[in-house]
Design a protein around this ligand. Structure first.
Ligand SMILES: C[S@@+](CC[C@H](N)C(=O)[O-])C[C@H]1O[C@@H](n2cnc3c(N)ncnc32)[C@H](O)[C@@H]1O
Length: 316
């Protein structure tokens, strides 16, 4: 298996959360909306010999690696190159109207971060690409080279939650006019020089927030997630489960909102009972969200920021 160092996050917990839905189905089907290197999919397929997985990823190189990693179970997995907001379309094309479980393990994979040339990592010098799907769409450099000052401030402030967004945007414009903004190292240097020295000394590498912001903009991550959640929620059958792992608060907020909306009763607020046919069709499997265990964080740093949420459909 390629990348032996890759450890799927909260693997046992995800399997335990999906298990009741898989075990109560005679012909179980699960969607892995974020295949990556196939760690979660592989473990599910090995545990459940009757399970089929529909696996999506927008990254062709992840699909190549996962195809190799899943070669011994390839008869039970359908791998589709797609963005997960195309879930409805993918299921319709396969003639599937509902599934038993759906798993989202959001964000970039350790493989994408490790491939320096992808431009996701501020610690390695590379072209400013940051596209999860390198076959289409603008790169981070396209955005940095063409966005107005106001658009750059919006992206860096909103998606990076960066206090010094105006200064960074200002310095990006100066550098692009001087022709000195080409690589991840150039950008990391611009960010560093835009942040006052005392602020630089806290909160880790100052480039982290700006890189996160650009990655979100390049891949339209939040808009795609907002469109995908309702599709996933309505694709699970009664008794089916949706499990989502987020790694930053902006994503988690979207997931939390989508789940809370469907677990709320349709009765007018304040009534001491539910009106007929107004009870919610979904219930939360986890009240609020869960993080990884201390033991897992010790061996897998990526698990540190993970928030896990899960939902079950209880009625049509
Ligand atoms: C954290 S990794 C998943 C790791 C996987 N669970 C494993 O065990 O190997 C996230 C994967 O989701 C993919 N991805 C992220 N956003 C996506 C989207 N909107 N549509 C489809 N795939 C996406 C990324 O390309 C990446 O390969």
């Amino acid at each position: 298996m390629q990348d032996a160092l890759h450890i799927p996050v909260a693997l046992d917990r995800c399997i335990a959360l999906l298990s009741p839905a898989i075990e109560s189905s005679s012909n179980p089907v699960v969607v892995d909306a974020t295949l990556g290197m196939g760690g979660h999919t592989r473990a599910l397929l090995l545990k459940y010999p009757q399970l089929k997985v529909i696996a999506l990823d927008r990254d062709l190189s992840a699909i190549d690696i996962a195809t190799t990693n899943l070669s011994d179970v390839s008869d039970r997995v359908v791998i589709v190159h797609a963005v997960y907001d195309e879930l409805d379309l993918v299921l319709a094309k396969l003639g599937i109207s509902e599934v038993d479980g759906i798993l989202f393990d959001l964000g970039v994979s350790s493989m994408q971060l490790d491939q320096a040339e992808r431009g996701f990592a501020y610690s390695q010098d590379a072209p400013l690409d940051m596209r999860m799907d390198q076959s289409s769409g603008p790169t981070a450099l396209d955005i940095l080279s063409t966005y107005s000052y106001g658009e750059l401030v919006r992206v860096i402030r909103n998606y990076g939650e960066e206090k010094f967004a105006t200064k960074i945007a200002d310095n990006v414009i100066k550098a692009r006019e001087a022709g000195t903004l080409r690589t991840t190292k150039d950008l990391a240097e611009i960010v560093k020089n835009s942040i006052p020295a005392p602020a630089r000394r806290t909160g880790g590498n100052p480039a982290k927030r700006t890189f996160q912001a650009l990655r979100i903009e390049v891949n339209q991550e939040l808009a795609v997630l907002e469109r995908a959640m309702p599709q996933a929620i309505s694709a699970i059958r009664i008794g089916g489960r949706l499990v989502v792992m987020s790694y930053q608060s902006l994503e988690d907020k979207i997931v939390k909102k989508a789940l809370s909306e469907v677990v709320a009763s349709h009765s007018p607020l304040g009534l001491p009972f539910d009106l007929p046919n107004s009870a919610a069709s979904y219930k939360l499997v986890i009240n609020g969200s869960e993080g990884a265990t201390v033991a897992e964080i010790e061996i897998n740093a990526r698990a540190q920021s993970m928030r896990l949420r899960a939902l079950e459909r209880v009625a049509a």
